[in-house]
Ligand binder design. Sequence first.
Ligand code: CA
Length: 221
Amino acid sequence: MSSRTRVLLVEDDPQLARMLTDLLHDEGYAVDTAPDGQRGLHLGLTTAYDVMVLDRGLPAIEGLDLLGRLRRSGITTPVLVLSALANPADRVVGLDAGAEDYLGKPFDIEELLARLRALLRRTVEAADVLAVPGGKFDRDTRSVRFDDGREVGLTDREAALLDVLGRNVGRIFTRADLLDLVFDGAGEGNLVDTYVHYLRRKLGRDVVVTVHGLGYRLGRS
Ligand code: CA
């Protein structure tokens, strides 16, 4: 990965949170921490992470509730749930709630790190192809192959816009975000609107969703 891998850690035990933050920093991760589910939800919805570590027992919003809310908002970032509730039935509930992995407390540090690496590897392997409504976007060829066999090529700018929206599926990007990330900050917000229009014309209306008053996100496939 080119830039530092970003981790969101939601853990209400301050000692454990500090220990894990230090450890993840030492491993080269950029870490944001939240001490409760409300703050975790806010960060999870507004910031792009590569992986999230959620404690299950959290104040304000309980960990699996938080996970469910993130998933319902379209956030597909891989999640590892930490919990003292670690019998098989507990794990099933956690995985069914949308977690990619579940680790019982107390846990072995090396095992936690290895599991995070495994989750991140899976994301990287899947990164060349992005699912879009009705098809798949191939980042290498800058084209979308639809399930019905049609293939549609994109211009560099159209592909860059789709690529940015797909870096964190479900994240809402403001026009200012997109202007920065796709157009290097040059131009005005309606440039973004214009390219959203181009993408919709080529790929269908559902490819980009307008979130009124906030911005745009990728459509769900
Ligand atoms: Ca806890």
